[in-house]
Write a protein that binds this ligand. Sequence first.
Ligand code: PLP
Length: 387
Amino acid sequence: MIHFNRPYMTGAETEYIRQAVAGGKISGNGEFTHRCQEFFERRYGFGKCLLTTSCTDALEMAAILSGVGPGDEVIVPSYTFVSSALAFVRQGATIVFADSRADQPNIDEQSLESLVTPRTKVIVPVHYAGCACDMDAVMAVAERHGLIVVEDAAQAVDSFYTGADGRRRALGSIGHLAAFSFHETKNVISGEGGMLVVNDQRFARRAEIIWEKGTNRAEFFRGEVNKYGWVDVGSSFLPTEVVSAFLWAQLEHLDEIQAERRRLWERYLGFFSGLDLAALGVSLPVVPAGATNNAHMFYLLFPDLARRSGFIAKMRERGVLAVFHYLPLHSSEFYRKYSKTHRPSVPERELPNCNRYADTLVRLPLYCGLAPDQDAVLAAAAESLAQ
Ligand SMILES: *Cc1c(COP(=O)(O)O)cnc(C)c1O
């Protein structure tokens, strides 16, 4: 069976974990954590970076920092992972779901203005498949209404956006806050892991306190204060050095990982571009002007649910695991209940593009080490499409 994902190891993970253990400091905020954080700050021009135990945790930190509470509204696409909304639900906020674009699953930036009310506090653009949302449009709406932008950049490591000003900026460096994931299904991994990026300096000091259980412990260890104590809310959001050591082994090889993933992605694109997909009503991913492809994911879009289900079944018969993706959050069991007590102040509307991606999108295997098996995936796909 060819799996959909296999976690890739660079080979240095166990050596760095050994070093972390030998160093005798295996709690968080140590040497490997600092190395990883500085790597991101330097390489991508991010503001303050704080490693977390997951992207979900980083989003929870962002939700606390944004100050949302009961009665406040947060605009989130419905076609995303649960955590993009859940982090704000935990603060008691009301979720206002946005539709996806017609040409790709990212948030429909044209719809944003009509979703903003006096209660809106935050917009969460999710860079689906590592492909940039229209950040000029998102930031313009946010600026007009004084909103905080939290980029869900879980899938978006090493991807970029060029807006109208011609500046090429890394995803995760544009919003006031951003969250990354190093879950084993992402491009660079630590098993479970994530990172909060604080681009708006207003939030920098408080972010560190929330990260360290509501204490100013980090300042104490830097010698900035002579004792530390309980100064705010927070939790234990920081990963152990064992996890950071693992992540460092990945970051050292980020360029190779990305080069290999991009080769696999380009091979998919080249192959499928050579088939008459239009005749089958199947379409390929679109990377809009200004966005880049970080080869997080390769997907096909089928004309309807039945044909997608048929394709997945035929691929499985041929030994290849191709998988669909999100179920719309707005029709989830949890949200149905939650929205009875947390009603958005904008009328509920249909989200036809979100529903369509939920029914028609299928992802193909993509991981470092797939190369020897990619021919088999392509052959299985060609046969499954023709059948
Ligand atoms: C993976 C993912 C998350 C959650 O990441 P964790 O590190 O598993 O918490 C959140 N949002 C999106 C868009 C994701 O793809």
